[in-house]
Design a protein around this ligand. Structure first.
Ligand SMILES: [Zn+2]
Length: 389
């Protein structure tokens, strides 16, 4: 073992992610001073090991074990072995040239997690969800389904104003969450237009305009003809499409989260799952573009993301990300790459670009079976957002 790992924190009683935990001086040979560490309990490593790669362009993962014997800060009170996952970049990150991610949140006012859809349910969920963005000035954009709610028009405005007060941008996600795979182009585009009024009503007093459109289900047209027709409509209407790269199944975890017997497990497994997704698309970006492009994350407005957002954000920071606006991410030339996928699937733009380039497909992992089973059970029990007439 090259050096002891230690950290000035209590051993967590539950798996938690922390940010900005400094490594002790004794580790400076192996881990840069001030590295951000993610700490999770639940795995034991018999022999502490410290492993640092020298490639300055890569994230390096350091595994080590910490218990009372190797922690000289005196704060590791328990005998629990703690696995430290230190994710850090070297000089490039220190100089501020780290990874970038834009956070986008869909299905406002509330996605289909089965929680309460009235104002007394949506308001506290929204306030909690937005707190880290508001307090830390993290850019975020919310995509609205103005007709998929139990809120009356005034209640919807109140919720949209919570978003705007937090510094968020708002985009259109269609009125009813329409699926271009299931309805005609005329019906679909009318649904886009119908969704605009409530969003514009919220934006206007702040002199903001409606700029982005996010396709429900990430469906962009099953044929080239439909896809071109829809894109032509969006162009003519003045929309910019909001692509995503970090595709995932947060919505399935969110339904499981509201099943009380599964909540603790979701708390343990959601952020590590999301990290595995992020890692997959980091690698896929290198395969498709030869480098890591600014990523765009898709998640949904729900109770789970409200509760676990600080840990999700810490995970990104731990991997060297800084948070940027959607516009800033899309300014990267990669987002101008040809994207010619037409079909029924909704997927990451990294998959679309790779397919357009003729690359062999490679897909991210689905969540564990217990998550998908809980999702299916929750949906059967009615965990779907209501639809306004
Ligand atoms: Zn959606």
């Amino acid at each position: 073992m090259g050096a002891a790992l230690s950290a000035d924190v209590d051993a967590p009683t539950e798996p938690r992610y922390f940010e900005s935990i400094e490594t002790a001086p004794s580790t400076r040979g192996g881990v840069p001073w001030g590295s951000r560490l993610l700490i999770a309990r639940g795995a034991e490593v018999e022999t502490p090991l410290l492993h640092a790669k020298s490639d300055p362009s890569k994230i390096t993962i350091v595994f080590g074990t910490v218990d009372r014997d190797v922690t000289h800060q005196g704060c590791m009170r328990s005998r629990w072995l703690v696995v430290l996952l230190a994710l850090f970049t070297t000089a490039a990150f220190a100089a501020g040239e780290g990874r970038q991610v834009a956070i986008t949140i869909d299905d406002l006012p509330r996605g289909g997690d089965g929680g309460p859809y009235d104002l007394t349910g949506v308001r506290p969920m929204t306030t909690k969800l937005l707190r880290p963005f508001r307090e830390q000035h993290i850019p975020v954009i919310g995509f609205v389904n103005a007709g998929r709610t139990k809120l009356d028009p005034q209640g919807l405005q109140e919720i949209l104003n919570l978003w705007l007060d937090a510094g968020a941008e708002l985009g259109n996600h269609s009125y009813s969450h329409a699926d271009i795979n299931n309805v005609s182009l005329d019906v679909y585009t009318a649904d886009i237009v119908r969704g605009e009024a409530a969003i514009r009503q919220a934006l206007a007093p702040r002199a903001k305009t409606l700029e982005f459109y996010r396709h429900p289900y990430l469906h962009t047209g099953a044929t080239q003809e439909i896809k071109k027709g829809l894109q032509g409509f969006l162009d003519q209407r003045g929309y910019r499409v909001a692509p995503i790269t970090l595709d995932n199944s947060d919505y399935a975890f969110a339904v499981a989260y509201l099943q009380s017997e599964l909540r603790a497990r979701v708390r343990r497994e959601y952020v590590p799952y999301m990290e595995s997704v992020v890692e997959f698309f980091e690698q896929r970006s290198v395969e498709v573009f030869g480098r890591e492009i600014p990523q765009v994350l898709l998640i949904h407005a729900n109770e789970m993301n409200a509760d676990l957002m600080p840990e999700l954000l810490a995970m990104f920071r731990g991997r060297g990300y800084r948070f940027v606006t959607l516009s800033a991410a899309l300014a990267d030339p990669a987002y101008g790459a040809p994207e010619e996928y037409a079909g029924h699937a909704g997927s990451s733009w990294l998959h679309r670009w790779s397919k357009t380039k003729g690359m062999a497909p490679k897909n991210e992992l689905d969540p564990a079976k217990w998550v998908m089973d809980a999702f299916a059970a929750g949906r059967r029990a009615g965990a779907l957002p209501p639809s306004s007439p």
